[in-house]
Design a protein around this ligand. Structure first.
Ligand SMILES: *Cc1c(COP(=O)(O)O)cnc(C)c1O
Length: 369
């Protein structure tokens, strides 16, 4: 049977289109398509298929990378946060992953790999992750030569590890830190050593971040990394449309209060709709009264508190709405950027937060004319 309720439509053609946009913006770079966190909520395995033209995939953790290998993905896979134990390091070697190394402990785990691994052939590719100003994960620049020397002695590690860094403020193109971070990484590089820098914002706004390898994430999903200009201006096509149905309609009298806490008071006799989606599906609980929702293509304001399975809507702009009518929470016609702003968060948070209860259905939309 066909169940009602929330569905996330995933436009696989849009994923491919957005990858091409990233290629055009960084034409001399190789691309790691970042598909961590279940491809930002879009479904990791199917995203890998739709993004097969990437040069490799990047995920945060070894466990995610092994899931991709289990799904038959043979591309290079970079583990951005590196291994979390000796056991994961050994598993990464076996699965031919590329590992970031940002801590001496991770180098120790590499040193502990059995020598038989080296004899067995395929060396493990390592990326030294350097802290050039973000102060989250990364070796101090001064530590890099030493760690590099250690790695040279490990027979299991491929020679000439690359250098990577992550940009802290690239979504603020005027911030001079981005250029400084790129320069700090470049200053550490030996001739010919591969560099790996740009995230989406770096690729779009900072030429110095378009080095040998770049790591686009959010832009692949058709979402702008910038606060001030939207995806359309960047030629990005939103990949996810989150939709559901109207589950009930009512008419309430002036002065009646709606939902938990009764925070919305009807200013007049008015039609009120309920839609089958809530924070249990990943719709943001903090979306305030006034957050836009599309009912039958018409913008209506959310009213009252978001509950676990339902939201309530002011149907005055769309009084003819009836149970079963389509409700869109975000997508091409209603940018997720607008909803995240209303809810006081970022689009990454909303996309990653779509819960497993929400069915994912893949579609291939034609290019808009
Ligand atoms: C998540 C992540 C990215 C991708 O960032 P976007 O802003 O989504 O493009 C790139 N590099 C690292 C290290 C990351 O953790």
């Amino acid at each position: 049977m066909r169940f009602g309720g929330p569905v996330a439509l995933i436009d696989l053609a849009a994923l491919g289109h957005n990858l091409e946009v990233a290629r055009r913006r960084a034409p001399r770079s190789r691309l790691w398509a970042v598909i961590k966190a279940d491809a930002y909520g879009h479904g990791m395995e199917q995203a890998a298929v739709a993004l097969a033209a990437a040069d490799g995939f990047a995920v945060a953790r070894v466990e995610e990378a092994l899931r991709l290998r289990a799904a038959g993905v043979e591309h290079p896979i970079l583990v951005l946060n590196g291994a979390l134990s000796a056991e994961e390091t050994a598993a990464a070697w076996e699965a031919r992953l590329d590992l970031a190394v940002h801590q001496a402990a991770q180098a120790d785990w590499l040193a502990a790999l059995p020598r038989s691994a080296a004899v067995a052939g395929h060396p493990l590719r390592v990326w030294l992750k350097v802290d050039t100003g973000m102060h989250r994960l990364g070796l101090e620049p001064a530590e890099v030569p030493l760690v590099q020397t250690w790695l040279t002695d490990y027979p299991v590690v491929a020679p000439d590890p690359g250098l990577m860094t992550h940009l802290a403020n690239a979504d603020e193109p005027a911030d001079p830190l981005t250029m400084l971070q790129c320069q700090r990484l470049r200053a550490l590089a030996r001739p010919g050593q591969a560099l790996n820098i740009g995230n989406s914002a770096g690729i779009l706004a900072c030429p110095a971040a378009r080095v040998d390898w770049v790591r686009p994430g959010i832009m692949l999903y058709g979402v702008s990394p910038f606060g001030d200009h939207g995806a359309a201006a960047l030629d990005l096509r939103p990949v996810m449309t989150l939709k559901t149905q109207v589950s009930a309609t009512h008419v309430y009298r002036a002065g009646e209060r709606i939902g938990y806490g009764g925070t919305f008071v009807c200013p007049e006799d008015m039609p009120v709709g309920v839609a089958a989606i809530g924070y249990g599906d990943g719709y943001p609980r903090h979306a305030p009264t006034g957050t836009p929702v599309l009912v039958k293509g018409q913008r209506v304001p959310l009213i009252g508190r978001v509950s676990m399975d339902s939201i309530t809507l002011d149907l005055r702009p769309c009084p003819e709405a009836r149970p079963g009518d389509e409700v869109i929470l975000w997508g091409r016609a209603l940018p997720v950027e607008e909803i995240s702003r209303a809810a006081g968060t970022i689009s990454y948070d909303l996309l990653c937060g779509v819960s497993p209860r929400v069915r994912r259905e893949s579609v291939h939309s034609p290019e808009p004319s």
